[in-house]
Design a protein around this ligand. Structure first.
Ligand code: TYM
Length: 331
């Protein structure tokens, strides 16, 4: 039985890509293991893009409420806020001293922004090291993530390997777990759905807003009467990710036959999103209206997470030669 771990940045409200690419598969995987899983809100990572304190706090609660609304059981699993376990930043420093510059210079998270270097902070550059620390601190074995995080997991394994070779076997090498059928979910402009592109669908929020966003999905100018290629259409791809298989097949045939407009497909998509996430939307609303209940859940999770973190960090400090014999150990 393996330890499952994953995190979501609180850089915005969680969107459909986060739900289908990470949250739902992570909860399913966690339920199939007897070990408690580790799930967290990556608010330290969000600092690479958010500088407004109240926005950060609001997003953190939005991410927390989403996990709980999607069925995470905080009594069984360890659910916490990244910044409540400061040991992670200490481990990130130790790991950064073993991380070669070119590895970070090649990472997508840096390359995407590197056209304007003046805007790249040291935090953004070392983002993958903090992510490696998140995973290694808790000795995670399975990390369910969307395909966009593949490279970050490779970097984590490389750093863990370098540490083990240098200081002796200390870290487990984590395996990523991808859900093939979700791959990278497109946003309303057809690019990867991402908070940083403002192309997301917030499926747990206000339905009128969601309806407006669905109507804005970019489509090609093929006339209603003409046959259409479902695989090239963002509306169809999104529908295929949420609707039952028989309904998806029906829509595919309508596309191929012609006489079916993108407007009709968008309405079908909106209905599918409304229905599929109705229970989660209600639970989300309840958690959002009670931040102190959410805070209590996070504090209990932080205590559990810290006790694991302190143990790992004690071993790490010993391995790298930071503990003198006269100093007390951390545990
Ligand atoms: P973040 O917050 O960008 O995304 C959270 C999770 O959602 C998945 N995801 C998607 N999946 C499919 N299609 C999409 N369009 C899409 N957009 C996002 C992501 O792959 C991810 O699994 N660095 C991470 C957060 C993190 C983390 C960690 C994850 C920090 N530490 C340790 C795992 C383990 C991130 O930015 O995810």
């Amino acid at each position: 039985m393996s330890r499952v771990l994953t995190g979501i940045q609180s850089s915005g409200k969680p969107h459909l890509g986060n739900l289908l690419g990470a949250i739902s598969p992570a909860i399913e995987l966690a339920e199939s293991q007897s070990e408690p899983a580790y799930f967290f809100i990556a608010d330290l990572h969000a600092l690479t893009s958010i500088r407004d304190p109240s926005q950060l706090q609001g997003n953190t609660y939005a991410v927390g409420a989403t996990w709980l609304a999607c069925g995470l059981n905080p009594d069984k699993h360890v659910f916490f806020r990244q910044s409540d376990v400061p040991e992670v930043t200490e481990l990130a420093w130790y790991l950064s001293c073993l991380t070669p510059y070119p590895m970070l210079a090649n990472s997508h998270s840096f390359k995407e922004k590197s056209a304007n270097l003046a805007e790249v902070s040291a935090g953004l550059f070392t983002y993958p090291v903090l992510m490696a620390a998140d995973i290694l601190l808790y000795q995670a074995e399975l990390v369910p993530v969307g395909k966009d995080q593949k490279q970050h997991l490779e970097i984590t394994r490389d750093i863990a390997g370098a540490f083990n070779r240098t200081y002796g076997e200390t870290f487990k090498l984590p395996e990523p777990v991808f859900r093939e059928e979700v791959m990278v979910l497109p946003g309303i402009d057809g690019r990867k759905m991402s908070k940083s592109y403002d192309n997301t669908l917030d499926v747990l929020g206000d339905l009128d807003e969601l309806h407006k966003r669905v109507k804005r999905i970019v489509t090609d100018p093929t006339p209603v009467a003409a046959p259409k290629d479902p695989e090239k259409c963002t509306v169809f791809r999104l529908y295929a990710s949420v609707a039952p298989a028989a309904a998806v097949e029906e829509m595919r045939q309508r596309y191929l036959a012609g006489g079916y407009g993108y407007g009709q497909a968008k309405e079908a998509l909106f209905e599918a999103l409304r229905e599929r996430f109705a229970p989660q939307r209600e639970a989300y609303r309840e958690w959002r209206s009670d931040p102190s209940a959410l805070e209590r859940v996070l504090q209990i999770g932080a205590e559990k997470a810290r006790s694991t973190a302190v143990q790992t960090l004690g071993r790490v400090r010993q391995a790298i030669g930071l503990l003198s014999l006269s100093k007390p150990t951390l545990s």
